[in-house]
Ligand binder design. Structure first.
Ligand SMILES: Cc1cn([C@H]2C[C@H](O)[C@@H](COP(=O)(O)OP(=O)(O)O[C@H]3O[C@@H](C)C(=O)[C@@H](O)[C@H]3O)O2)c(=O)[nH]c1=O
Length: 182
């Protein structure tokens, strides 16, 4: 597993070693010991999976408040996404900044989204399946969101007419969002 740095100190792209042969391939998608050796020591407690049927589905931008904040390890089993993180740690020098990454079935890249970041993605291919590990359980009462197209964020999404859940249409902008990350 190779850890690639990003523009945020605590956000990493992970590239697994893929062993291809005549049958197909084998890879370790997650190995706790290897992650610890990379300095990424998390206690993942829940695995999530979603299918987005169409191109241009945006899910996000989501986070859970402290004390139920989640680290997420995101990957794509089928299809491709433009995966976005936004720094929402109020005392961070990069507060309100975002970065996007392509994760796909082909590149097998994974994104480590730390606590204190909002997360969302846009599907680039129909029938995209996203899987992610989280180190805290789902607590709907701590679940929060920021509007995907908040002009103050200026995220360069691949679509301007996304398919959204009713919930994701109504999130506040960053300036009005409830956050408790330092
Ligand atoms: C996130 C989550 C949702 N649910 C339920 C609640 C709801 O009825 C249904 C769909 O939930 P949502 O609409 O929030 O699903 P979705 O929009 O896919 O939410 C996900 O988006 C991505 C971008 C993330 O980063 C994730 O952490 C998560 O917030 O699933 C759980 O039971 N457990 C969970 O962990």
């Amino acid at each position: 597993m190779k850890a690639i740095k990003t523009s945020f100190k605590d956000v990493y792209l992970l590239e697994p070693n893929v062993f291809g042969d005549a049958r197909g391939y084998f890879m370790e998608s997650y190995n706790k010991k290897v992650f610890i050796e990379l300095g990424l020591d998390f206690d993942f407690v829940q695995d999530n999976q979603s299918l987005s049927a169409q191109v241009g589905v945006i899910r996000g931008l989501h986070y859970q408040l402290n004390p139920k904040a989640q680290t997420k390890l995101v990957r794509v089993l089928q299809g491709a996404i433009y995966d976005v993180v936004v720094d929402i740690r109020k005392s961070s020098p990069t507060f309100g900044k975002w970065q996007g990454f392509i994760l796909s079935e082909e590149n097998k890249r994974q994104l480590l989204v730390p606590k204190g970041f909002a997360h969302g993605f846009c599907t680039l291919v129909s029938n995209t399946v996203v899987a992610y590990k989280v180190d805290e359980y789902y607590f709907p009462e701590h679940d929060r969101g920021i509007l995907w197209n908040d002009p103050a964020l200026g995220i360069d999404w691949p679509t301007s007419q996304p398919i959204l859940s009713e919930k994701d249409k109504c999130h506040p902008v960053l300036a009005k969002a409830e956050m408790n990350f330092e």
